[in-house]
Ligand binder design. Sequence first.
Ligand SMILES: *Cc1c(COP(=O)(O)O)cnc(C)c1O
Length: 417
Amino acid sequence: MASQPGQLVKDDKTMGETVKLAAGRGYLAIPGPSVMPDQVLQAMHRASPNIYAGELVEMTHGIIPDLKRVARTQHNVAIYIANGHGAWEAALANVVAAGDKFLVPATGAFGVGWAQVALGLGAEVELLEHGQQSTWDLARIEQSLRNDRDHQIKAVLAVHVDTSSSIRNDIPALRTLLDDLKHPALLMADCVASLGCDRFEMDAWGVDVMVAASQKGLMVPAGMGFVFFNDKAASVRAAMPQVSRYWDWQPRVNPEEYYLYFCGTAPTHHLYGLRAALDLIHGEGIENVWARHQRLAQAIWAACEAWGQEGGPLRLNVTDPGLRSHAVTALHIGSPDGTRLREWLEGNLGLTLGIGLGMAPSGSPEWHGYFRLGHMGHVNGHMVMGMLGGIESGLQALNIAHGPSALSAAARIMAQG
Ligand SMILES: *Cc1c(COP(=O)(O)O)cnc(C)c1O
C-alpha cells in the first residue's frame, strides 16, 4: 500500500483512533519553575546534613562568591527561604519606612506586584503603568523624578524582565537618567526572571539592590530568594528607624554564626541543589549562558513569526526584538485557542506551556487567547526544537491557521551555531 508523506498507511494499527503521545519524559516549558538538571536533582537526593558544622557550612561559604559572580557584583548577598514574592518583601523591608516614597515604572504584572508589596509595607507609591506591550517611557520617569525636587523618592523599583509581558527593560538607561538628574534614589532591580538568562551586570550597571529567586534561571526548586545589595543600599538600611528581625539583610552577610545566614535552619537541600546549579553555570561560563539563551530565543521568535504569516493569528507580544526577554516569550493567538493549544499539548505530547498572565482579566473569555513559553535555565537546542515541533503539531491538530516553515526558520537560526 503506497502512502503519501504525512499520511497514515492503511494497515497502521492506529488508524482511526487518537493516540496519546504524552508518555515519556515531560517537558515543563513554563516561565518558572524551570527544568531542573539531573545534577541538581541528584545533589538534593540525600539525608539531612548537620547544620552546625561540616560540609554544609563549608559549602554555603563557597556558594556566596559564586552567586555574586552570576549577578556580576562584588557587594553583598543575603539568602532567604522564600519565593520571589518573599525576595521582593525582603529587599523592601530593609529600605521602606512607613510614608517613604517609591517610584515604580511597571511594564507588566510583576512591576505592579512589586509596587503592591511596597504599599503593604506602608510606602507611598507612584506607579507609572506602561501596559503590557511597551518598555518604560524614560521621559515619563524623568518627569516624575524632576517633580520630586526635594528628593523624597527613596528608590526606583525596576523589573528587568517582566515575565507576564516578556518585555526586557533597559536598566543602564535608568541608571544614566538618575545620574543625569543627580537624583539619589536607590535603583532596585527585579531579576527573578532574568538572572542567569539575560545579561545583567549589577556593579557595572550601577544597580544598588537586586532581587532574584531560585526556580528560574538558577534551575533549583522554588524556595530560595536572594537579595544583592551594595554599600549605598546598606547605608540606607543603616538609617532605618527599625527593620523586621527576620527580613533584615545585615545579619545574613558574613555572619559569625552559621544559623544567622538564614535566621534559623538552613534550606539544606536547596543549598545542595544550588551548589550543583552554580557549578553548571560557571562550568559553561556566564557569557556562554547568556549567548545560549539569546540564540534559543531567536530561534523561537523566528518560528513564531513564521506561524504568524499567511493569516495565522499567532503574534509575539513584544514587536521590537531588542526589547524581548531571552528567557520567556509571551504570545497572543486569540481566544480560546491559547488554552486549547496548551491543553492539547499537555494531554497529547507531554509538553506544558505557560498560561497568559496579566494580559486579560483571569477568567475572562479573552484570557484564553494568551500563553507563554518559558525558555530559561537548563534548556538546549533540541529541547527548543522539540517544543516548537510540538506547537506545530498542536496548530495542525486543532486546525489553527498558521504560516509554513516555522521549524525550518528555527533550524536555520540554530544552524548558525
Ligand atoms: C516569578 C517572578 C516573580 C515572583 O516569583 P514567585 O517565586 O512566584 O513569588 C517576581 N518577579 C518576576 C520578574 C518573576 O518572573
